[in-house]
Ligand binder design. Structure first.
Ligand SMILES: NC(=O)c1ccc[n+]([C@@H]2O[C@H](COP(=O)([O-])OP(=O)(O)OC[C@H]3O[C@@H](n4cnc5c(N)ncnc54)[C@H](OP(=O)(O)O)[C@@H]3O)[C@@H](O)[C@H]2O)c1
Length: 297
């Protein structure tokens, strides 16, 4: 039995989708039973079992992991991420789980001396897992293409320029969450991935200006990009994010991406999956409705 934490998230949902397609039974975990049920019912084979569990409540995590052999582990970035993930690891070991696939952050940011807190947090959890008897696979994906649904779609739909704090020269090898999920499922169900760390990127590193040009061609409407300076983003974050930890985290990530931490294409996805990763053009085609919003329908 595979236990999928973060089943309602952007990668977790795709992990459930793929397991359902393969008719492999799994548990879909969410803090909210209604949302867990909705995930299981979204897929035709109904191979999943919905589970309500909160990583900060050990009893519920124990119930979710009872009898499980493999775990997919992810949380959204938060101050409590290290504590929550270590707790899941402890209970997984007590429950007899033998295989764990964990999603961390961009490869160049995971480290003891990472300039961003989230990179240090993921490194600490990875070290914790390394020191235990568990077959682990660590996934280090770059910037998610699905971020564009929040960060670019509203501007595209309303005809405004996409305004983000990434310089015109900043290249990002964005990856589609569907591809991260594909690698996660590969590592969950096949041997040969134990004690491995995979740097995952998309097939090309592009700038936001190039992305706007592609969107213009694909959607047949003018899409523009305007780079906001980092100092302006810091001011905007003060209004948007009341939590100081989150503000520091986001400013740090923006700075590191502009410094080039996500600008190179990794060959790992192709080697593992024997196909190219999804391109940004394909993403824009597949998510046309969401990117153009109700204005296009
Ligand atoms: N965004 C990027 O570009 C990017 C790039 C590289 C790496 N990452 C990493 O990707 C990870 C996920 O980020 P995301 O923003 O895409 O999140 P997400 O996977 O879309 O959502 C987070 C998931 O975690 C679950 N969760 C959160 N707290 C929980 C708790 N206490 N107990 C049980 N489940 C809990 C949520 O489930 P419920 O709400 O249903 O309970 C949700 O399904 C982060 O670690 C981040 O560092 C992000």
């Amino acid at each position: 039995m595979i236990c999928v934490f973060g089943a309602t998230g952007r990668i977790g949902r795709e992990v459930c989708n793929l397991l359902d397609q393969m008719q492999i039974s799994y548990r879909a975990v969410s803090r909210d039973m209604t949302r867990a049920k909705a995930i299981v019912n979204a897929f035709p084979n109904k191979a999943g079992v919905p589970m309500a569990a909160n990583m900060s409540e050990p009893g519920s995590v124990r119930a979710a992991l009872h009898g499980a052999s493999s775990v997919f582990l992810i949380t959204e970035f938060s101050e409590g991420q290290t504590r929550l993930q270590k707790l899941v690891v402890d209970i997984a070991l007590q429950s007899g789980v033998s295989r764990l696939v964990k999603v961390a952050t961009m490869h160049r940011l995971v480290g003891q001396h990472s300039p961003v807190g989230v990179g240090r947090s993921h490194w600490e959890v990875e070290e914790y897992i390394r020191s235990r008897k568990l077959a682990y696979t660590f996934l280090h994906p770059t910037y998610f293409m699905q971020n564009l649904l929040d960060q670019a779609a509203p501007a595209i739909a309303s005809g405004r320029p996409i305004l983000l704090p990434f310089a015109n020269s900043t290249r990002i090898a964005m990856i589609d969450c569907r591809d991260i999920a594909a690698v996660a499922v590969e590592a969950l169900i096949h041997d040969g991935h134990a004690q491995k760390t995979y740097e995952l990127t998309g097939p090309e590193a592009i700038t936001f200006s190039e992305l706007a040009q592609l969107a213009t061609q694909i959607y047949g409407k003018r899409v523009r990009y305007r780079a906001a300076p980092e100092w302006l983003a810091k001011i905007a974050l003060r209004f948007k994010k009341p939590n100081q930890w989150e503000r520091v985290h986001l400013s740090g990530m923006i700075h590191e991406v502009n410094a080039g931490c996500a600008n190179s294409v990794s060959p790992v996805f192709f080697k593992l999956m024997k196909r190219p990763a999804i391109s940004i053009s394909q993403f824009l085609v597949d998510y046309r409705l969401q990117m153009l919003g109700s204005a296009s329908r």
